[in-house]
Design a protein around this ligand. Sequence first.
Ligand code: ATP
Length: 441
Amino acid sequence: MLYIGIDDTDAIGGMCTTYLMTEVVRIIEKHGLSVIGYPRLVRLNPSVPWKTRGNAALSIAAGIGSGKKWVCGEYGGVAFSARETGESPSPEIERKIIEDVTALVETRARFEEENTNPGVVFLRKRPDYRFYIRGVREILSKEEVEREIAAMDGIWKGYKNGRGIIGAFCAIAWRPYRCTYEILAYRKEENWGTERRIDEASVKAMDARFRSTFNNYDYENSRIAIAPHSPCPILFGIRATVPDELIDAMRTIKPGEEIERWCIFLTNQATDDHIVKKRIGDCRPGNCVRIRGRVCSEPEVIRGGHVIFRVRDRSGEIDCTIYEPSKEFTIIGRKLATGDVVEVFGAVREIPRTVNVEKLHVVEAKAVRNKQANPQCPVCGKRMKSMGRDAGFVCKRCHVKKGRDEAVWDWIERKSLEGWYEPAVCSRRHLSKPVKLLPNR
Ligand code: ATP
């Protein structure tokens, strides 16, 4: 088998590595080979400082196909298929494919963009899965990846600073132990950069009808979530836990223009693969973590409407921040109280040190007490006076004193707050597993 990985060919101003991958499919077919399995769209470490957007990398396998065959895309009205298994191509065909894919990257990548550092990698077997795990959770160096590719007798080409080979290599290393699917529909080149006119009602209808799909429509902000806002070739993308409904779901959308091509990708999106369970004391900047502890400060709303609360476990304490774009999410944050047990998922930021919350599990919301009245004097029966905050009560007439806890308290049950919460659809991270997909919520 020939494995091809590509990364970092696009720029804010246009192009998209997934689109280049559909061109790679054409090259594979032109040379009489098959795409083996689905093309793969792999999201890597979301905290990488040099990513432009969603840190996506792509990989595909090419071979002499056998076994099950299924349609996984279409260009210019012609369907293309993927095969279940494949044998290695001849060295001659392999060489031609490598030449063509390299030429494709060289002609179509956005070299002019400062932050675009394309990389393409060719391997005859998949690298160790641990490289993917590190790629999605840590920072890898180009030199380490180059050494590894060389040791595997692979071929690579890194352009400009060459960093793209890191993503390209890690995308080949991924195995779909946890996975979802995304169908991407592309625009005709003449429409790139123009406004998309997708019919909103058709997106809602698709969302209601196809239960395996997710993150389609942001009901909180009344916004379509399937379409990007960049000038890239993608018209829209629909995500699902299984591939079965994706083609029908795509056909339900009224796109407002012709779909020039489409392709189904196997992805690591919505898997939480970037998240590592940690003790608070072990959290380092750049980590994406799942921590569990007790809320140890009352939530504070800071400028901009963001909500900060502090969480403590036996190893330490850390601030957690819920950002304002997620309005309903910030409301939940404001309802937390000292003593609540929570699990927080998110990325650890360096300055100020805080966890940017991307999912919140309120495990235990403690009942809180609310003072209804001051206590009565046991001698004269009159209501006692407060001696100040936390200072207890005194009877002005009999001089009897009582502690603060002896006031008449009302207990407010907060059990209904227990549960899972996440930002609105449009503010979610590609890798974050939506609450809808959690098994035991
Ligand atoms: P997209 O726009 O396609 O969603 P992006 O533009 O945000 O993705 P890329 O263009 O893929 O991101 O750029 C990310 C760069 O970071 C690539 O060069 C990639 O090789 C590199 N990279 C990805 N993961 C890591 C990592 N874990 N360690 C070091 N470098 C990484």
